[in-house]
Design a protein around this ligand. Structure first.
Ligand SMILES: [Zn+2]
Ligand SMILES: [Zn+2]
Length: 371
C-alpha cells in the first residue's frame, strides 16, 4: 500500500511525498511521481507519525480510571480514531485495591497491543497541589505497595507520577527506575532543589508542566524551571488553549526544544462528547466551553482534548508543524522507550491530515483505521 501527501519526517517535509507501507512497516518515503497519479492512492494534505499520548484518562464517554477492560478498549478506540496509535492508560489517585484491579484488567490489553502500558498518576502526590486528584486517596510513597503492583503487572506499568518532596519519594523513584518504569514528577509542591533531587534519583518526565505545581518565581524557581532545565527530563504540555497561554507553550517548547517537550491530552471521559456533567476518579466534573472543571471547587480536571486538537493548538501557538509533530509522537514515544517516526523500517503508524490539520485517515500497524 502507498499513501500520498506532504510527509513530515525528522529531516523535514517531503512536499507531495509518498509513504510506502509493506505489512506493518514503512518500506519507503519518497517524492511522488507521475506513476503515483492513480485513484487508488489515498491522498491527504499531510502525513505525520501516529500520535503517542503518554497521559490520558478517558475519551468518547469512556474512562481508564475505573480499571474496567471494556471501558479501556472503548477509550483507546476513541483516541485511535483521532490519530493516537499508542497510549498509556492513566489512572488518577486511587485506593490500592483499584490500582490492583486495573493492573489485572489492563495487563492483557498491554500484551495484546491495545495499550502501551499503565500510568499511575498518584497516589503519592502533594495534597497542596492535588488539583483534581481526590485528596482522600493521597498517601506517602509505599515501596511495598509499588513492589506488589509491579510484580503483578509483569511489565505493564510504564510510568508513575509522584511528588519528590514526600517522605520516601526518592527511594520510590529509584525502585521504579530500577524496575524499568518511568518516574515522572508532578502534582508537587517541591522546591527547585527537591525537584533536582528527584531528577538525580532517576525521574525522566515532568507531568503536565506548569499545572499541579507552584508557578515559577525568580527567587523560587521551583519545579517548573528545574524540569525545563534538566536535559534528562521530557516535559509534558497540555496544549488546549485553556491550561497554558500560547506564549507559555512557545516559551517551553523553545527552551526545552521539541526533543524534550511532549504533547499530552490528559483527556477525561468528556473528550469528544457533549458538554455536561461527568466524573473523574469518583469526583464530579462539569464540562463547559471545552473546559473540564471539578464541580466542588472549579479546579481544571484534565482536558477534553484529542492529540489532533493538541497538535492544532500547538501550531496555532507558533510552533512549526515539523516540531509539533515531533512533540506529538517521536518525543513522547522516546520518553517511554519507543521509536516513532516516519522512516524506512519504522512501524507503519501514520495519520493523514487535511490542510486544517484535521484527521482524515489513521493507519496502525500498516492497516487503515476508520477515521
Ligand atoms: Zn494531573
Ligand atoms: Zn492526569
Amino acid at each position: 500500500m502507498k499513501i500520498r501527501g506532504s510527509v513530515v519526517t525528522p529531516a523535514g517535509i517531503v512536499t507531495d511525498g509518498v509513504v510506502e507501507i509493506d505489512d506493518d512497516k514503512i518500506s519507503g518515503v519518497r517524492e511522488a511521481t507521475a506513476a503515483d497519479d492513480d485513484a487508488g492512492v489515498r491522498t491527504g494534505a499531510w502525513i505525520v507519525p501516529g500520535f503517542v499520548d503518554i497521559h490520558v484518562h478517558g475519551g468518547g464517554g469512556a474512562t481508564f480510571t475505573t480499571g474496567d477492560a471494556d471501558a479501556a478498549r472503548a477509550t483507546a478506540a476513541f483516541h485511535l480514531r483521532h490519530g493516537t496509535t499508542t497510549l498509556l492508560a492513566s489512572l488518577v489517585s486511587s485506593p490500592f485495591e483499584l490500582m490492583a484491579t486495573a493492573v489485572k484488567a489492563f495487563a492483557p490489553l498491554v500484551s495484546e497491543g491495545v495499550l502501551a502500558g499503565l500510568h499511575f498518576e498518584g497516589p503519592y502526590l502533594s495534597a497542596a497541589r492535588c488539583g483534581a486528584q481526590n485528596p482522600a486517596h493521597l498517601r506517602p510513597p509505599s515501596l511495598d505497595e509499588l513492589t506488589t503492583l509491579l510484580d503483578a503487572a509483569g511489565g505493564a506499568v510504564r510510568m508513575v507520577t509522584l511528588a519528590p518532596e514526600l517522605p520516601g519519594a526518592l527511594d520510590a523513584i529509584r525502585l521504579l527506575v530500577g524496575r524499568g518504569v518511568v518516574a515522572a514528577i508532578g502534582h508537587t509542591d517541591a522546591s527547585y532543589e527537591e525537584t533536582q533531587a528527584g531528577i538525580a534519583a532517576g525521574a525522566t518526565v515532568g507531568t503536565h508542566l506548569f499545572s499541579g505545581m507552584p508557578s515559577p518565581h525568580h527567587r523560587h524557581p521551583g519545579p517548573v524551571f528545574a524540569l525545563l532545565g534538566a536535559p534528562a527530563i521530557t516535559c509534558e504540555l497540555i496544549v488546549d488553549g485553556i491550561h497554558l497561554h500560547d506564549g507559555t507553550v512557545a516559551f517551553a517548547a523553545g527552551v526545552a526544544g521539541p526533543g524534550r517537550t511532549a504533547l499530552v491530552t490528559d483527556a477525561m471521559a468528556a473528550a469528544g462528547m457533549p458538554e455536561g456533567r461527568y466524573e473523574l476518579g469518583g469526583q464530579s466534573v462539569d464540562v463547559k466551553d471545552g473546559a473540564a472543571r471539578l464541580t466542588r471547587d472549579g479546579s481544571l480536571a484534565g482536558s477534553t482534548l484529542t492529540m489532533a486538537a493538541a497538535l492544532r493548538h500547538t501550531v496555532h501557538a507558533g510552533v512549526s508543524l515539523v516540531d509539533a509533530a515531533r512533540m506529538a509522537s517521536t518525543t513522547p514515544a522516546h520518553a517511554i522507550g519507543l521509536e516513532r517516526t516516519i522512516a524506512p523500517n519504522a512501524k507503519a503508524d501514520l495519520v493523514q491530515l487535511d490542510e486544517h490539520l484535521r484527521v482524515q485517515a489513521v493507519y496502525r500497524n500498516g492497516r487503515l483505521v476508520t477515521p
